[in-house]
Design a binder for this molecule. Structure first.
Ligand code: BGP
Length: 478
């Protein structure tokens, strides 16, 4: 008998800016990623002040899901997807972010996408904001650094809630809302400025602006949840974090404390606000040490308290180690800094593969919050090569996913309430951290390459058939 619930939400995950393409079609405005060039994807244009006309803008065409959605969703259905996580691109609905009237053509596109999902019995899981802030809001308001964005976000939420109320039940307010805390950790530890385009989008890399921007996002999320619960009782509202599991490198109490603080800053700071409705006990000291003063309106505390989430979701790719000792080797990774764990192997991009860390993480999160959890991103970015038969034989990807599903099953046996699993990039798409197509995650191969060539045709990889079997047996036959 399967340990997973009968209604377990098996599926896959994508984000509009990384796969839709059609960046300026049907009235769409420019989102932040539309201004980022290949090779400098995490350094938005306004940070470098250099435009590279010779480089490609990966989001502009991406894999053109905009015109291939029927074919792609049919392939997801063939794998047996119960759910499909995607985002709505804010700039399709409000091109500059501040309009009061929505763009009808943008709304119609998502009508078509969600109707197509429904036709195939697939439940959409929608991220409201997945690194897709309207660029105009960055230019005019310095992004989330401005409190005015809360109003624009609410207008956007009200519009899409009303429009899709009969088509979408599961919503996530912000993708990886804690990404700024991660990058921010890197700012603190390495002194380098990472122009990460996440929560502190458009904000300079000073702690005051970042944490203030994050506060605005928390209030926006809470307001959206309160509104949704009041008007659409059928909705389930979730948060989404880049869960950064780290371990202390040694049993030196200094390492243990450093790791505890890292976990606090990276994970619990945001998680606690979303789930418990208030800043955690350690926030005051953190603000003091950083010289930060969060400007709050009198009603904010109550808003945060009322606007708590129904379920907690997160991305999980790797783990890292924390140490105060200076003589250890570092690792790469998109958000998690930290040092190399000698017990783990890494992907081609240096992301340390740690399936047991997923069981550990699920227990940590559930132990703290006791609400349903969902793993909404996980997977192996790899250089896929076609075999002589023209097929991608991605046994390495199957191994990665199998070992993580095994550990999810262990966590369920431990008592964790797990609702679902949507591996990242179920169809090949543009990488968020590098802007590459070459870093592929999909069950479905897309003939699109980093120089912009490729006919965009779709092909099934070995993992496609494997995942289909996994879903058909509710995770029993791995
Ligand atoms: C997460 C983002 C995704 C996705 C994923 C994989 O941080 O939420 O958008 O891209 O990472 O990262 P990458 O594309 O850099 O390999």
């Amino acid at each position: 008998m399967s340990v997973f619930r009968d209604d377990f939400l098996w599926g896959g995950a994508c984000a509009a800016n990384q796969f839709e393409g059609a960046w300026d079609v049907d009235g769409k405005g420019a989102s932040v990623p539309d201004m980022c060039t290949n090779g400098s994807h995490t350094v938005p244009k306004w940070v470098t002040t250099t435009i590279h006309p010779d480089r490609l803008y990966p989001s502009h065409e991406a894999i053109d899901f905009y015109h291939h959605y029927e074919e792609d969703i049919a392939l997801f259905a063939e794998m047996g997807f119960k759910t499909f996580r995607t985002s709505i691109n804010w700039t399709r609905i409000f091109p500059n972010g501040w309009e009061t009237e929505p763009n009808e053509k943008g709304l119609e596109f998502y009508d078509r996408v969600f109707d197509c999902c429904k036709k195939h019995g697939i439940e959409p899981l929608v991220t409201i904001s997945h690194y897709e802030l309207p660029y105009a809001l960055v230019e005019k308001y310095n992004g989330w650094a401005s409190r005015e964005l809360i109003g624009f976000y609410m207008n956007y939420c009200k519009t899409i809630f009303e429009r899709y109320k009969d088509k979408v039940k599961y919503w996530l307010t912000f993708n990886e809302i804690n990404a700024g805390m991660m990058a921010f950790g890197q700012v603190l530890s390495t002194g380098t400025v990472q122009g990460y385009e996440g929560p502190a989008m458009g904000a300079p890399d000073d702690p005051q602006t970042r944490l203030q921007a994050l506060h605005h996002q928390f209030v926006a999320s809470a307001q959206a949840i309160i509104y949704a619960h009041a008007h659409y009782p059928q909705f389930k509202m979730g948060c989404m974090l880049a869960y950064g599991q780290s371990y202390a490198m040694t049993c030196d109490p200094d390492d243990q404390l450093a790791n505890q603080q890292s976990m606090n800053e990276h994970n619990w700071y945001c998680g606690d606000v979303h789930v418990r409705g208030e800043y955690p006990y350690f926030a005051k000291r953190l603000w003091k040490e950083l010289g930060v003063e969060i400007r709050m309106e009198p009603e904010d505390a109550e808003t945060l308290k009322k606007g708590v989430v129904d379920f907690y979701t997160f991305s999980y790719y790797m783990t890292s180690c924390v140490t105060t000792h200076k003589d250890v080797e570092g690792i790469g990774g998109n958000l998690l800094g930290g040092v190399k764990n000698p017990y783990l192997k890494a992907s081609d991009w240096g992301w340390q593969i740690d399936p047991k860390g997923l069981r550990y993480a699920l227990n940590e999160i559930y132990g703290r919050y006791q609400i349903p959890l969902m793993v909404v991103e996980n997977g192996l970015g790899a250089y896929d090569e076609k075999g002589e038969d023209g097929v991608v034989h991605d046994s390495y990807r199957i191994d990665y996913l199998r070992s993580h599903i095994e550990q999810m099953a262990e966590a369920v046996k431990d008592g964790v309430d797990l609702m679902g699993y949507t591996p990242w990039g179920c169809i090949d798409l543009v990488s968020a951290s590098t802007g590459e197509m070459a870093k592929r995650y999909g069950f479905i191969y897309v003939n699109k390459f980093d120089d912009g060539t490729g006919d965009l045709s779709r092909e099934k990889k070995d993992s496609f058939y494997w995942y289909k079997k996994v879903i058909a047996t509710n995770g029993e036959d791995l």
